[in-house]
Each structure stands twice: as structure tokens, then as C-alpha cells.
Design a protein around this ligand. Structure first.
Ligand code: C2E
Ligand code: CA
Ligand code: CA
Length: 561
């Protein structure tokens, strides 16, 4: 019985040694190799006859294993040990291993030692790669934001008690987008690599440079004791970029804006320093770029926040951080969803969901509203078409236009292109403009006429808050008025608000316009609006703006109702 078990164990052992890719080496107690399986030969490049009789230390030069008291003691006690170690193969190359050091005992005495090793160098390469990817920028090979932050944090911790000043310089290339636009992304990338190479020239072994994001780079410099010295570094960055770069045999002159901050005494953490440098950078950009500047606390916080926001807004545009919420518009009589308004949201990586009131005005100011508005238009049309294709009811989608968009020369062409691209029929798009956009009556009536010819709907948003002359309405090609929510709110408390709402509805119907009330929150408001024959309502009473998944559910319920 015993013998039978023994022999099946032997077979099992042999099967494993033969077929499983592990190296098994048997050692005599003097360290000479007594036996080695053929996987050991494959792994190390030695022939079996070379291995037999060889001192194992030639193969396993790892000092942590030799004369390790702990391992020795365990072996004598008959206990195995696991270790990460390595072989030096015949060519001297290192092979990483996970090794089990196993005692063979006879009568409670250690007789031989077996080394069972698995090659983990692939796993190590993968781990190295993962580490590399999480700390370095693939394209330029520079450290990334994360590594920069870690290093700067360590540096500040280490220098807190010593009297060593640290300066952080945040650099952003001016008008880099132009390069991408005129030469293409690939060349833009090549240029960034050249830039990265130049930037490394100004850092000493104690300084550090990293790529933050797109065309933004960041440095820290040690041993900086005065602002003059910090500014000197800014100057060096400007100078190293001064010689033209060569792209497609063409010299390209680039400039950069740089914001600099300094750790003062013992205060300030890494994030704060980076943020201050970023604020100083925004201030440079705002003043007309191509310059370097020191952060100063006099820069008032408010304008700083605005500048940072502006800076972040541009990034958000590049990184696609915007999304749309949809608010249903409901038919007064049937209670069915007859439309939806697309409302933009900004999914900020740290601050979470930001409502449009906090960034639309700024985007209006700096012109970013135009590309942003184009994105909204296209996304809303694409989404609406997708709903139709999924069998949801066909409803018009309302999109808010900004003043700047409305003043574009080729707005109708743009809208036409988007409809064509997304395949949405024009009648399923409704554009919302505000009264104030119609100030220039000539432009407005031409522009609206062209849009109506495309077949899209036009609503006047926030109606009643602009200059309330009804007379122009009949000259404009519009379909619908949206009564501003301030009047709707006043319906129950304020007699004149109620009167205004009633007369807007009556007047609109005279002019053959539809009326929708927005900001409807209570059943009393609904009753009043119903009594005055308002066509549609939009507001929290029915639903707030909701993410796309939720409006899809509502539209589905709508079909079933
Ligand atoms: P708006 O066009 O008047 O949009 C309606 C706003 O009223 C939405 O705010 C909505 O959440 C809010 N609202 C809806 N129902 C109720 C209600 O029952 N009570 C109250 N108190 N409020 C209600 P939101 O989404 O924050 O948008 C604010 C403004 O931002 C919009 O006002 C619009 O002027 C602008 N906006 C939003 N998305 C875009 C866009 O894609 N492009 C442009 N140019 N402007 C946009
Ligand atoms: Ca609106
Ligand atoms: Ca409105």
C-alpha cells in the first residue's frame, strides 16, 4: 500500500517536472547541484552536464539568499521558504524568479535542498510597464503630473526644516492649437517631443520637469532663495524655446507663457504651489501671453478664480467634460412629453457637476461659447436621432443659442450641416433665442428667416424679460414663446405677474404662436396656465432636467401611456 502510494507520488512529481514550466534543482548540502530538470537548462542556457556539480552560487548570485540565517534555520527545521530572487543565466542576463526553497529530510536531518523556481520576468516587465505608464508620459517620455506631485511633495517634506527655497514654474505654449490645426496632430506630437527635449536641458539633477497636460509642462527648481532667482528660471525657459523648431523643413517659432510660485519659509504644500503657479500662468495668458510672471497674493481671489475657471474651461472643452441634461416639455391637455430642452452641464473632474450659470457667462465672454454651442447642437441632434432610431417618440429637441452664435455669419449653414451630419429632420430641432438677441432687428429677421427656411423651429426664450415690445414679433419668423419663469413664479402672489402671463398667452395665440411656460413648479400654477389655455409647460412640477438615461425612461413610459 505504502509502496504503491510512493510510486504514484513519484509519477506525479515526474509529470510536474516534465510538463510544468518550472525549474527544479536539487542541491547537496555543500552547495553543489546534484540534479536539475530540463526546464532549468532552458531557462539558464546551461547544458545539464554543465549544471551538475556546479556551485549553485554561480547561478544564484543573490546576496539575500546566501548565508541567510533565517532560511538556514528554517531548512534545518524542515520548513520551506518562499523568496523573490533571480538567476544569472549563461549570458549573464538576469531572470526574475519566484522561488521555493524546500528541505529534503531524512530521519529529521536535512539531507538535500530543492530549489523550485518560476520565471516571473514577464510579470515584472508588465509591472514595470504599468508603473511606467502611471508615472510617465508615453509620448515625450517625461514624468507625468502624478510623479511630479509625488516628487514635489517629498522635496517639500525634506526641505521643510532646511533653508532651501523651491520654485515651481507652470508653462503653457502659446497658440499651440494653431500648430495642430495647420500641420496635423502627428506633427504637433513631434513638436511636443522636441520641446520636451529642450526643456530637459535647463534642469539640473536636482530640478524636475514633467508634462502636465497637452501643451503644458511644469518644473520645480531647488535652491531658489529670491524672487529674482525664480524669475531667472522663467527667463531660461523662454530662452531655451527661442530658437525655431523645424517641422516639415519649416522653421517654427514658438512662445510660451509661464507662471511661477515659490515656497515661502516653511509653509505651502505641493498642490498649493502648483495652483499658485497656475494662477500666475492664467494671469500671464490674460495679459497677452509670451511672458513669465511671479504669483502674488495681491492678485485678488475673485479674478483668480475666474482666470482659473477660464483656463479649466478650455481644458474641459479639449477633454470632453461636457454633457447634456434634458428637461421634458409637456402638453397641457394630454400630459404627454412633446419636446425636451437640452441643457449643458460640466462634469468637472474635481468639483463634480457644474451648472451652466457658473460657466456660460464666462464662455460668452471669451468666445468659447461658439465651439461649445456647436457641440451642444450636434450632440442634441445626434441624441434625438438615436432616440428615433430606437423607436422612441419623435419629438423636437430644443437647443439654446447664445448671442455669439446668433451673430455668426453662417449660422444657417452650420445648422444645416449638423442636421445633415446627424440625419435629423429639421422639424425635430427647435432653437431657443432670447429677446435681447433681436435688438439688431435687421440681422435678426434675416437670420431667423434663413433658419425657418431650413425648417427648424424657433422659440423666444425668457420671454417678457427683454424689451417688451410685442410689435416686432409679427415680423419675425418664430413659432413659440417661452414665458420666463420669473412671471410663472409670480402667478400666485403677484397680480400683475398673473396678468402679464394671461396677456402673453392671449397675444401669442392672436399671432398664431405657441406658448410654453417654464419654471412651473406647483399645481396652482398648472391650473392657472390651463385656465388661460397655455399650450405646454416645462418645470420641476413635471420634472427637472435629467440625465439622458432618465429621459429615455420617461419617453418610453410616454409611449406606453
Ligand atoms: P434657460 O434656457 O432658461 O433654461 C431653463 C433653466 O431653468 C434650467 O437651468 C432649468 O434647470 C431651470 N428650471 C427648469 N425648471 C425649473 C423650475 O421649475 N424652477 C426653477 N427655479 N428652475 C427651473 P439650467 O439648466 O441651470 O440652465 C440655466 C441657463 O443656462 C439656461 O436657462 C440657459 O440660458 C443657459 N444654458 C443652458 N444650456 C445651454 C446651452 O447649451 N447653450 C447656451 N447658450 N446656454 C445654455
Ligand atoms: Ca432655454
Ligand atoms: Ca428660459
Amino acid at each position: 500500500m505504502e509502496a504503491k502510494k510512493q510510486s504514484s507520488n513519484d509519477q506525479l512529481l515526474r509529470a510536474i517536472m516534465e510538463y510544468y514550466p518550472i525549474s527544479v534543482i536539487e542541491l547537496e548540502l555543500n552547495g553543489k547541484i546534484a540534479n536539475a530538470n530540463h526546464h532549468t537548462c532552458e531557462l539558464t542556457g546551461y547544458e545539464e552536464y554543465e549544471l551538475i556539480g556546479m556551485d549553485y552560487r554561480l547561478l544564484l548570485s543573490d546576496e539575500k539568499i546566501h548565508a541567510n540565517k533565517c532560511i538556514e534555520e528554517r531548512l534545518v527545521q524542515g520548513k520551506a521558504t518562499q523568496k523573490a530572487t533571480y538567476f544569472d543565466d549563461k549570458n549573464g542576463l538576469r531572470i526574475d524568479l519566484q522561488m521555493v526553497i524546500y528541505p529534503l529530510m531524512k530521519d529529521d536531518q536535512l539531507e538535500r535542498v530543492v530549489l523550485i523556481s518560476q520565471d516571473v520576468s514577464d510579470r515584472r516587465r508588465v509591472n514595470d510597464r504599468i508603473r511606467y505608464m502611471s508615472y510617465y508620459d508615453d509620448m515625450t517620455g517625461l514624468p507625468n503630473r502624478r510623479l511630479f506631485l509625488e516628487r514635489l511633495t517629498d522635496l517639500l517634506d525634506a526641505t521643510r526644516s532646511a533653508d532651501v527655497g523651491v520654485a515651481v514654474a507652470y508653462m503653457d505654449l502659446d497658440r499651440f492649437k494653431l500648430v495642430n490645426d495647420s500641420f496635423g496632430q502627428d506633427f504637433g506630437d513631434m513638436l511636443l517631443m522636441q520641446i520636451a527635449e529642450r526643456l530637459t536641458r535647463i534642469v539640473t539633477e536636482y530640478d524636475f520637469v514633467a508634462r502636465m497636460d497637452g501643451d503644458e509642462f511644469i518644473f520645480y527648481f531647488v535652491n531658489i532663495s529670491t524672487e529674482e532667482e525664480a524669475l531667472q528660471k522663467g527667463k531660461q525657459i523662454v530662452q531655451v524655446l527661442d530658437d525655431p523648431f523645424i517641422l516639415k523643413d519649416q522653421p517654427i517659432h514658438l512662445t510660451a507663457s509661464i507662471g511661477i510660485s515659490m515656497s515661502r519659509g516653511h509653509q505651502g504644500d505641493a498642490r498649493q504651489l502648483i495652483k499658485q503657479a497656475d494662477i500666475a500662468l492664467s494671469s500671464v495668458k490674460n495679459k497677452g501671453k509670451n511672458f513669465y510672471q511671479m504669483y502674488s497674493s495681491e492678485m485678488s481671489t475673485k479674478s483668480l478664480e475666474r482666470l482659473t475657471l477660464q483656463h479649466e474651461l478650455r481644458k474641459a472643452m479639449r477633454n470632453g467634460e461636457f454633457l447634456l441634461y434634458y428637461q421634458p416639455q409637456v402638453h397641457m391637455e394630454t400630459g404627454q412629453i412633446v419636446g425636451a430642452e437640452a441643457l449643458i452641464r460640466w462634469k468637472h473632474p474635481e468639483k463634480g457637476l457644474i451648472p451652466p450659470d457658473q460657466f456660460i457667462p464666462l464662455a460668452e465672454e471669451n468666445g468659447l461659447i461658439v465651439p461649445m454651442g456647436e457641440w451642444v447642437l450636434e450632440e442634441a441632434c445626434r441624441q434625438n436621432k438615436a432616440w428615433q432610431q430606437a423607436g422612441l417618440p419623435s419629438i423636437p429637441i430644443s437647443v439654446n443659442l447664445s448671442m455669439r452664435q446668433f451673430l455668426l455669419q453662417n449660422l444657417n449653414e452650420k445648422v444645416g450641416q449638423v442636421l445633415e451630419k446627424t440625419g435629423l429632420e429639421a422639424k425635430y430641432l427647435d432653437l431657443e433665442i432670447t429677446e435681447s438677441m433681436t435688438m439688431d432687428v435687421n440681422h435678426a429677421s434675416n437670420c431667423l428667416k434663413e433658419l425657418r427656411e431650413l425648417g427648424v423651429g424657433i422659440s423666444i426664450d425668457d420671454f417678457g424679460t427683454g424689451y417688451s415690445s410685442f410689435s416686432y414679433l409679427k415680423d419675425f419668423s418664430i413659432n413659440r414663446l417661452k414665458i420666463d419663469r420669473s412671471f410663472v413664479r409670480g402667478i400666485m402672489e403677484d397680480r400683475s405677474a398673473a396678468a402679464i402671463v394671461a396677456s402673453i398667452i392671449a397675444m401669442a395665440h392672436h399671432l398664431d404662436l405657441q406658448v410654453i411656460a417654464e419654471g412651473v413648479e406647483s399645481v396652482e400654477q398648472v391650473d392657472f396656465l390651463k385656465a388661460h389655455s397655455c399650450d405646454e409647460i416645462q418645470g420641476y412640477y413635471y420634472s427637472p432636467p435629467v440625465p439622458v438615461g432618465r429621459i429615455e425612461e420617461m419617453l418610453t413610459e410616454n409611449v406606453m401611456a
